[in-house]
Ligand binder design. Sequence first.
Ligand code: UD1
Length: 448
Amino acid sequence: MDDVLRIRGGKPLEGKISLPGAKNAINKLLIASLLSDQPSIFTNVPNIGEVEITVALCREIGSQVHWNRQEGVLEIVTRELNTSYVPQRFCGANRIPILMIGALLGRTDQDIIVPTVGGDRIGRRPIDFHLQALRQLGASIEYRSMKKEGAYFAQAHDGLTGALITLPFPSVGATENTILAAVRARGETVIKNAAIEPEIVDLILYLRNLGANITLDVDRTIHIQGTRKFYPVQHRVIPDRIVAASMASAAIATKGRVFVEGAEHLHLITFLNKLREVGGGFQVREEGIEFFYDGPLQGGLHLETDVHPGFMTDWQQPFVVLLTQAHGVSVVHETVYENRFGYTDALKQMGAELEIFKQCLGGKECRYASQGHNHSLIVKGATPLKGGKITIPDLRAGFAYVMAALLSQEESHIYGLPYLERGYENLIENLKGLGADIEIIAPSKVEV
Ligand code: UD1
């Protein structure tokens, strides 16, 4: 049985943390490096489980990787592909293998096999937009079910050709997959209604240095000029804006003060706007942003998650915990995923006053209107939270539970730590450094 996280809350978080590189950037950058036979050196690489999985995946395909975890420096080169079959054991590991389809379609005219994708259980998470776009570039892709899990069989024996692709929704993964495939395609690819998250801009900047010619228009249109000439690259991974928002929320909710070194103002604008509305304190400095409790928090807020530059869906969970400490009734409308409030059950058990609705609550109807999904939430605060015995269902919910436990005066036990380790570098050490009473214990030491 896995270890348990024991937290005795009620203490303000105080001190400083340094932001690691973004999980949602580095994994895509590693896959993008497979497009060329040139070496890439990445700095500010987070030491997290998700990167381990992606490195193992790249090694399997033929990459040579040297990763200095202490320094956060990772060098990767893929002179030749060993294989274009992604082994079944990567099935369900995370969302990254699906991007191998785009990258490998570019790199090889051989048959490609990629097992079905995994990732957090926060909705159906289909990949129809990915497949449609790659087919428009000339790929043939079919899904075959195998013994336990299925796999995608893809090939572009005659290479890919640029095309005009309009995504039905600005999906992050579909935009990335299409960009990756388009880099080595003949001619120009135009992606309309593309996602423009900072992590995608980071990918574009990397690919530009690698040799691709990519432009990003103001209206969500990305132009990619195909190329086969590549160069060695050094690239610094952008800081993790999800970790930044998570630590900021925890600092303020615990009535503390934390300087988040490396937090980028530009990547956090929508988050900071909402923080100001609720009365959370922050000061943007040259080296990062300081977050602090600035008096009682005010609810009465309407929050709608959206694609960038909207309020990020991965900020939603820590912000909801923050709202449990704000006076008044707030409304949260999740418009990116149809099923991202599952984690609130455990918060309710800890005393939070939360109610879920199937309707679109708030300003606009989203694409989940009238579909019966639990995608709106009402939060009433301020509520003291009790301790709990909680099992983490997904990465971001995991942080919300840790945060809730930090707010409770009682002891909490949190199970499912590997989820947290996938996305938060040194979380437990960092929280200890900020004064939290938190430790990993063996399951046998949990008093019942
Ligand atoms: C990425 C991030 C995740 C973040 C999300 C939205 C990574 C590894 N993960 O996930 O942390 O929450 O962006 O910012 O970077 N959809 C379809 N069909 C498709 C593709 C997507 O219907 O083919 C739907 C999804 O089910 C979801 C929505 O579109 O409801 C957004 O998904 P997408 O932007 O693709 O998210 P991911 O790339 O999976």
